[in-house]
Design a protein around this ligand. Structure first.
Ligand SMILES: Nc1ncnc2c1ncn2[C@@H]1O[C@H](COP(=O)(O)OP(=O)(O)OP(=O)(O)O)[C@@H](O)[C@H]1O
Ligand SMILES: [Mg+2]
Length: 352
């Protein structure tokens, strides 16, 4: 649906050129909710604005729905942009217009008749749950309601794609949840492709299927949310994940120095993560039975990625070194995320 090929964007500035994007390539599939996360200044907004060509890339190709926007003249880009809706952190509503008037605006600009406009706006207000607020003005609305107006307005021109620039960053956690639910709802009902950017990992965890992590104008990591959560490759990603999933070791391990190779008479600490109903109990019971090793669960937690249960376990495997290795290899056959925390000398720990 969306293809970005080697996009660069350099802004001129008084203190010299700023390289906001340094060769970003990305594919977003039709109908998916794709998240882009990164710290402030990473280039997220610039990238999002390149998708609808509000920002022309310095180099690289942008294609949306089979059309290469980056090669079109401005007039044609403006036309194509109608199939790409956008919502913003601060809603960008017109304060002098009612809820109805804000949603109607793109249709008025497109020269639709009053009857056509009514026919389009009413179901949209219904969709976002604002039918009874239709005559109100933005100043009379809560943040969540304002964003609902923003969403209805973005949908007025029946876009194929919705771009969301920090759409929930100005909202409280409960309102954020309700807006994310609405986005998921319209993604499913309207088969809308959604690209959202955020600096909050819980937004990604809540509704995205795939995620890209940006840093310094580049994508440093990308994949299905579950995979990135269970097997983060970069420090930046790990930091983001830490904000939503407790990754700390139990207290009595915190000062422990782990070894990356087996320690005689020692034990092995693993962090296991699993999605869905991969029951952890049989897996662990099976290890004990098949390999004759001891397994203790040091920490366990169940969270959710989208609506699927997502569990984290920290386990300690001990016993004969060869058997512990075999057990760990067996674990790799399950659909689990496995992170080796390290080997530890049990006696030293007991003494310390
Ligand atoms: N119009 C502009 N002129 C000059 N520099 C710009 C312009 N817009 C963005 N930049 C710079 O480009 C870089 C990327 O900015 P961008 O707004 O894309 O980041 P972001 O990831 O969206 O950050 P935030 O989370 O703060 O919104 C930053 O260094 C920023 O200062
Ligand atoms: Mg931004």
């Amino acid at each position: 649906m969306i293809h970005l090929a080697d996009i660069t964007k350099t802004y001129p500035s008084p203190s010299g050129p700023v390289e906001a994007l340094r060769g970003v390539s990305l594919t977003v599939n039709r109908g998916e909710i794709f998240g882009i996360i990164g710290r402030s200044g990473a280039g997220k907004s610039t990238l999002l604005r390149c998708i609808n060509m509000l920002e022309r890339p310095t180099s690289g190709k942008v294609s949306v729905d089979g059309r290469e926007l980056s090669s079109l003249p401005e007039q044609a880009v403006r036309q194509a942009r109608k199939s790409i809706g956008m919502i913003f952190q601060h809603f960008n509503l017109l304060s002098s217009r009612s809820v109805y008037g804000n949603v109607a605006l793109p249709l008025e600009l497109a020269g639709k008749s009053r009857a056509e406009i009514r026919q389009a706006v009413e179901p949209l207000l219904e969709l976002v749950g604002l039918t009874d607020q239709s005559n109100r003005y933005p100043s009379q609305l809560s943040g969540g309601q304002k964003q609902r107006v923003g969403i209805a307005r973005a949908l007025a021109s029946q876009p194929q794609v919705l771009l969301c620039d920090e759409a929930t960053s100005a909202l409280d956690p409960e309102t954020t949840k309700s807006i994310l639910r609405l986005l998921r709802d319209i993604n499913q009902k309207l088969k809308l492709t959604i690209v959202l950017i955020t600096h909050e990992m819980h937004v990604i965890k809540e509704i995205c299927e795939r995620v890209a992590v940006m840093e310094n104008g580049a994508i440093i990591e990308e994949g299905p949310v579950f995979e990135v959560f269970t097997n983060p490759r970069s420090a930046v990603t790990r930091e983001f994940i830490r904000t939503v999933i407790n990754h700390d070791l139990p207290e009595h391990f915190q000062d422990t120095v782990f070894s990356s190779t087996p320690v005689p008479g020692g034990s092995l600490l693993l962090r296991l993560s699993f999605l869905g109903r991969t029951a952890e109990e049989p897996v662990i019971a099976g290890l004990v039975r098949r390999y004759g090793i001891d397994v203790s669960i040091l920490y366990g937690n169940i969270d959710h990625i989208q609506n699927l249960p997502f569990g984290t376990l920290i386990v300690e495997l001990s016993g004969d070194a060869g058997r512990v290795e075999s057990a760990m290899n067996a674990l790799r056959d399950y659909k689990l995320g496995i992170e080796v925390i390290g080997y530890v000398d049990r006696n030293a720990r007991a003494a310390g």
